[in-house]
Design a binder for this molecule. Sequence first.
Ligand code: SF4
Ligand code: SF4
Length: 458
Amino acid sequence: MTSFVATNTDPCVHCGFCLPTCASYRVLGTEMDSPRGRIHALKAIEAGELVLDATVASHFDSCLGCLACVTACPSGVRYDLLIEATRPKLNAPELRSSGQQALRKLLFALLPYPGRLRALLTPLRLYAGTPLQNLVRRSGLLRLMGPQLEAIEGLLPPLAPEAFADRFPLVVPAQGPRRYRVGLVLGCVQRLFDPAVNRAAVAVLSANGIEVVIPPAQGCCGAMTHHQGELEQTQTLAQQLVASFAAVVGPGKAAGAEPLDAVLVGASGCGHTLKHYPEILGGEGALESNGPGHRPGPGSEQPFQAPVADIQEFLAQVGLSEAFRAALQPLRHGDGEPASAIRPLRLVYHDACHMLHGQGIHDQPRDLLGQIPHMQLLEAVEAGICCGSAGIYNLVEPEVASELGRIKADDLAATGAELAVSANIGCSLQIRKHLGETGRDLPVLHPVQVLEQSFNGP
Ligand code: SF4
Ligand code: SF4
């Protein structure tokens, strides 16, 4: 019987078409840090010609998991499956330094738990977004304390009061006749570091005649640990998220018995993982994915089921309501000018890797944003290249991530856009950081924020 590694590496014809799209190869420039090199290494490990030691493991750790190589490969090599199967092996204690292991442990113990993160961030409200933070950053003090700490601090945004409590009701009714009923995943990092995104998502959905159910006990979906091969923790987090929906939706439950048309998510990394719940949970207690090949088998016990979709994917699929579309206004004030005289607002959409390469979502956000009047959509030259965020990558591999962040900031700014749009919290934080460091005054918003501002007024 052909092994998993052979099945998935044999189609590679070593053509190298994937190399120009590979973020780690772009920065490091070595074959071992390219998809082709890693595929070759996997074959050699299986053949017993190479040992997975700390050096070899470091070349897998340098992979951002952006999946651009999967999109680029003309031979259909499923590098995504290969790296997913390899990640758990990289977590063996002898393959990383004790410092790296401690950092990862800390991140996995903190980031997926909004309650813990809130406790940690509460005292930092006196620091984040204040002149003191600017002073500390400029002083270079953080660099002396290590690149990881500097990277973590560099992503810390001003902390809004609403980040410290989820203030949504369990059910937000649809405005006007109800067209759909959905659940909303708030995300763990998103709700703390950019709570305005969830607020805008709820407003846009409701204004489009979509009732929104928001389970209060929901935590992290497990994306962060999933992408790092921490399988047990991912399963636990996934089970807890499904349970939070099951606790409120169903006969006799607080949000009512009616099933949800979909569970929506506003961050691409989360959406990618949620669509893989049937595999992660072995078909039990899974949110059903709307992607082919992800449906749980018939007859499996399911306490809760709903298709999963990215919020932009869902809105593009069901269409914006007529009333919503009619109310959309240009985001640029016309200063009393007639509509025909308003200069279009130049906007560039950043394709998050797990949106574009992981979920195949490209046109939907552009179609939605294109419905805003006086909007000019620009395209970045290197739209398919990773920004360097990649889950916890910019915290554990800060040098490579910083280089990619600078490339992305340059690329987006070079379009001449006045507004950048990103549908992934990790990308938004990374891009804001590097735009700021290079002195670019280019705001970064989520697509639902842009739609909401156009609907309600900027
Ligand atoms: S992974 Fe695909 S694109 Fe890359 S070298 Fe192999 S066959 Fe070519
Ligand atoms: S997933 Fe991204 S970083 Fe990793 S090999 Fe593929 S293109 Fe390179």
